[in-house]
Design a protein around this ligand. Structure first.
Ligand code: IDP
Ligand code: MG
Length: 134
């Protein structure tokens, strides 16, 4: 039996730009996930660099931070039973080409960097990421 958890979801610039916010929100709602809070914001490169700090040693870090700051994003606090894991399953693999059928990244992702969505990968990181934005 899973516990009620919260996690952070970010609809990334490529998906906000293509007006996919409502379609993606509906995927969460259909899966018994509650959207507790949400807001559309445009963050700076500095804020993106702070958010993605865990990736600072990766070769794609700079591109990743520029990308997250490149346009409006839609951030949400999701709540539900085992929502951290459920959300990761609904998102699909990081690379849309490898993502499972009907996942958000399979349906909407353009490439490994423009992969439409972010989701926290653990309860601990979810708490940190929620506090970062809300
Ligand atoms: P995740 O978003 O599935 O948790 P992470 O490994 O945490 O994947 O990577 C964070 C983000 O960095 C990914 O969502 C993707 O946008 C980007 N990324 C990951 N790996 C690569 C890569 O090899 N090249 C370019 N961008 C990448
Ligand atoms: Mg990650």
């Amino acid at each position: 039996m899973s516990n009620i958890e919260q996690t952070l979801s970010i609809i990334k610039p490529d998906a906000v730009e293509r007006n996919l916010v409502e379609e993606i929100k509906n995927i969460f709602l259909k899966n018994n996930i509650t959207i507790i809070e949400s807001k559309k914001i445009h963050i700076s490169k500095e804020e993106a660099s702070e958010f993605y700090k865990v990736h600072q040693s990766k070769p794609f870090y700079d591109d990743l931070c520029n990308y997250l700051a490149s346009g409006p994003i839609f951030v949400m606090i999701l709540e539900g039973k085992g929502v951290v894991t459920l959300n990761r399953r609904l998102m699909g693999a990081t690379d849309p080409k490898k993502a499972e059928k009907d996942t958000i990244r399979k349906l909407y992702g353009i490439s490994i960097d423009k992969n439409s969505i972010h989701g926290s990968d653990s309860v601990e990181n979810a708490n940190k990421e929620i506090n970062f934005f809300f």
